[in-house]
Design a protein around this ligand. Structure first.
Ligand SMILES: [Zn+2]
Length: 208
């Protein structure tokens, strides 16, 4: 899956990609913008755009399948369930960031989805080398659970949980891949500069 660079390309097709993990950027599809909390996945068309922007759906065939679901009631139901799942995942991530384990009920739900929607990893040849890549066939909207719950399981079983963090200044979550592990902000462009200016002004006033 692709990762946005830190040099101002945090937004891809109207979505924020600052987390280094697309599953955390799924949480970031409800950021707080100038007008308050904003749902960036209001309909199936938006979900289609996010799945492509995040690299979750990459093949031309799968993209065409997605397009065919724009007016599908099943896709609308999937989106509704996905949004509910996103908010439960947010709860689990907030607990992890606070030093607690996710609730058992959420792990049970994830396990049930993992059993229903396994993500097979198959062998492919790439430039003469054999690589193992996750692959899933899209035949119905619920097949989209496979990459989502697989990434969720990876995140929850992450060994470096101290690197799963929330921005100090907003609701955005990220996985810190910096060498020192000292990243504090969603991005320098969005919150970093704002915080630095505030800290500078506090120091100038002498109340830091
Ligand atoms: Zn932020």
């Amino acid at each position: 899956m692709r990762t946005a660079s830190a040099e101002g390309s945090e937004w891809i097709d109207g979505f924020l990609f600052v987390a280094n993990r697309p599953i955390l950027d799924l949480l970031n599809t409800k950021p707080v913008l100038a007008d308050g909390p904003t749902e960036l996945l209001p309909d199936v068309r938006a979900l289609e755009k996010w799945l492509i922007a995040s690299g979750t759906v990459a093949s031309a065939k799968a993209k065409a399948t997605l397009q065919g679901w724009r007016n599908s009631p099943e896709a609308a139901i999937f989106l509704e369930r996905l949004i509910a799942f996103r908010e439960k995942l947010r709860g689990a991530v907030l607990r992890i960031e606070g030093g607690s384990a996710p609730m058992d009920a959420f792990l049970t739900e994830v396990n049930s989805l993992l059993l229903q929607h396994p993500l097979p990893a198959l062998l492919h040849k790439r430039s003469g080398k054999v690589v193992r890549e996750a692959s899933f066939e899209l035949t119905k909207p619920t097949d989209l659970w496979s990459p989502i719950v697989d990434a969720t399981a990876d995140l929850l079983a992450e060994t470096e949980i101290s690197r799963i963090r929330k921005c100090e200044s907003c609701v955005v979550h990220f996985f810190d891949t910096s060498k020192k592990g000292s990243r504090r902000w969603c991005s320098m462009n969005i919150c970093g500069n704002k915080l630095k200016v505030a800290a500078y002004q506090r120091r100038k006033r002498g109340d830091a």
